[in-house]
Design a protein around this ligand. Structure first.
Ligand SMILES: Nc1ncnc2c1ncn2[C@@H]1O[C@H](COP(=O)(O)OP(=O)(O)OP(=O)(O)O)[C@@H](O)[C@H]1O
Ligand SMILES: [Mg+2]
Length: 269
């Protein structure tokens, strides 16, 4: 196992757009070394550069939100971290450089991935979907999974393809939580869900983040407000803002400029 010098922390806005500089609360949270650090990430999809320069830290606890308008490179950033698309730059997990590792090694080291389209095996039962996700050599946290998703225990023998979208999302999250991961990368878990289920997934995310730190791509800003500690914002394949999530969401000018959505003061999205 190789080790790398930990990168300098991302302590404020990067790139041309100014934003909130983490203050006392965030400084306390980020005092511990980040579990995952990305610096100068570039990535290509079918020969096109879709990630131009991304810096981000995922704190060792809680949820770091990865935000931005459609098509700015959020999914590509996550896929690049997982090694699913070709990438350059520095990616360190607990100080170890993983940028040159293939996807299965990145996963083996404890990076869990919950993709945007859930990718459950529809012909397999819920239980089989979980069993197939078990990573050899790791503890399997069925206790945590069934505590978070009691419904999955009841539906263990049901074919995953017959579940609702929300239930399939639970299976997808459960598969990542089952393994003793160091960090989870979760891409738009509330996409396409009914409002009641969005809230439910939000609660599960908050509870999951007590067990493992999360990098969360999420368009629903109420969910971000409820669960995220820090926020990183991308525009055009670049990270342009880093700071406390609440501070960012409470800044209508910044959210309008960077997300195209005007958020209100505390308590309103
Ligand atoms: N397979 C692909 N072929 C061609 N272009 C792609 C492909 N995947 C992504 N892109 C392009 O790369 C850019 C970044 O896409 P990406 O999916 O990473 O954005 P995103 O921020 O996740 O968007 P969304 O909010 O819609 O999920 C977009 O311009 C997209 O069109
Ligand atoms: Mg996406």
């Amino acid at each position: 196992m190789t080790s790398a010098t930990p990168p300098e922390p991302v302590t404020g806005p990067a790139g041309p757009v100014s934003g909130a500089v983490p203050e006392a609360a965030s400084a306390t949270r980020t005092a511990a070394a980040p579990v995952l650090s990305v610096r100068g990430l570039q990535a290509h999809v079918v020969g096109q550069q879709v990630v131009e320069h991304v810096d981000l830290d995922v704190a060792a606890t809680g949820v770091t939100a990865l935000l931005g308008r459609n098509g700015v490179g959020k999914t590509s950033t996550i896929k690049a971290i997982m090694g699913l698309i070709s990438r350059t730059g520095t990616i360190t997990l607990d100080g170890q450089d993983i940028v040159s590792l293939p996807t299965h090694k990145v996963a083996q080291l404890g990076v869990g991935y919950v993709p945007e389209d859930r990718e459950v095996f529809s012909g397999l039962t819920v239980n089989e979907n979980l069993r197939i996700a078990e990573r050899p050599g790791h503890a399997h946290r069925y206790d945590l999974v069934y505590e978070l998703f009691p419904e999955l225990k009841q539906r263990a023998s049901q074919a995953a393809g017959t579940l609702s979208g929300g239930q399939q999302q639970m299976v997808s999250l459960a598969r990542a939580l089952l393994n003793d991961n160091r960090v989870l990368l979760i891409d738009e878990p509330t996409k396409g869900l009914a409002p009641r289920l969005v809230q439910e997934v939000g609660k599960v995310l908050a509870r999951a983040a007590e067990a493992v730190p999360v990098l969360l791509v999420e368009q629903n800003l109420q969910v971000v407000r409820d669960v995220a500690d820090d926020a990183v914002v991308l525009t055009g394949g670049r990270s342009v803002h880093h700071g406390p999530a609440a501070e960012f969401l409470n800044d209508p000018e910044a959210t309008q400029r960077l997300l195209g959505v005007s958020t209100g003061a505390e308590g309103a999205v």
